[in-house]
Design a protein. Structure first.
Length: 267
């Protein structure tokens, strides 16, 4: 569960030859340092792909456009990792400003397909479905850099919420397993998250996430066995180690875990 205070050490910027982060000034217990808007470009290309333009913040959108213009490039495509407002609210406005198409999974957009290779002037991006945080969550591989843009599926600091009822724990665990397979095959070695700093060790991070989920599920199962019934009761017992400001979000994860336990009661 995220809920960390902003980290002054992370302010975005260039993280690799093809990826630059423009950090949105919307820090909070749930967004960490703010939303990471990723600007991707193949070296030598005059076109960029923008991933998650963020909330409807005109100043932030102008900062993104100024960065692109300063490099002598233009926005050719916008991709969304999922539809939460802190990632996607400005998508229509950004389209109006740039003329670039917006692609995402569902929600009225030109659906991205599993395994699709998206090519923009030499830049290759592979679409990987990673539902669980939300039903429409997608991650994107940059094969040239063995990097994965994770949206909210994996964060740069802390862990994420399974946003029940749209989010689903079984789907989320499957998605983590899919990412683990990519790291095991060395197709992904680093991560570019939707919040928090660049992740240099993807394999260690996904291992931590899987272990953390298993531990939380064990704690929730034990809490239910002890007589706790409501999500609120379970949160106050199991999530006492996270700030109370994120307990409402924790209740969503607990609801997802309770649903998972009910579905697997006879396993």
């Amino acid at each position: 569960m995220n809920g960390s205070v902003p980290d002054p050490a992370w302010s975005g910027g260039k993280v690799s030859e093809r990826a630059h982060c423009v950090l949105c000034p919307n820090p909070s217990p749930m967004t960490l340092d703010g939303t990471n808007t990723w600007v991707l470009c193949e070296p030598g290309s005059d076109e960029v792909v923008v991933v998650d333009p963020g909330p409807l913040d005109e100043a932030h959108l102008q900062t993104v456009l100024d960065h692109v213009a300063a490099s002598g490039r233009r926005v050719a495509l916008t991709l969304l990792t999922h539809g939460h407002l802190d990632h996607a609210e400005s998508a229509d406005r950004f389209h109006a400003l740039t003329g670039a198409p917006v692609r995402a999974f569902g929600r009225g957009h030109d659906d991205v397909r599993p395994g699709e290779v998206i090519e923009v002037n030499g830049l290759e991006i592979v679409a990987v479905p990673t539902p669980g945080h939300t039903s429409d969550s997608y991650s994107f591989v940059l094969p040239a850099e063995n990097a994965l843009l994770t949206g909210d599926t994996v964060l740069g600091r802390g862990t994420t919420v399974v946003a029940w009822p749209d989010g689903n724990l079984e789907a989320y665990l499957d998605s983590l397993g899919r990412i683990e397979a990519l790291t095991g095959a060395q197709e992904v070695t680093t991560m570019l998250p939707g919040h928090g700093p660049f992740i240099p060790d993807a394999a260690a991070t996904v291992t931590f996430y899987l272990r953390h989920r298993a531990e939380r599920l064990h704690q929730v199962r034990a809490a239910v066995s002890s007589g706790l019934r409501t999500a609120s009761e379970v949160v106050s017992h199991v999530y006492s180690d996270v700030p109370q400001s994120v307990w409402p979000a924790a209740e969503l994860s607990v609801q997802a875990q309770l649903e998972y336990l009910r579905e697997h009661a006879t396993d």
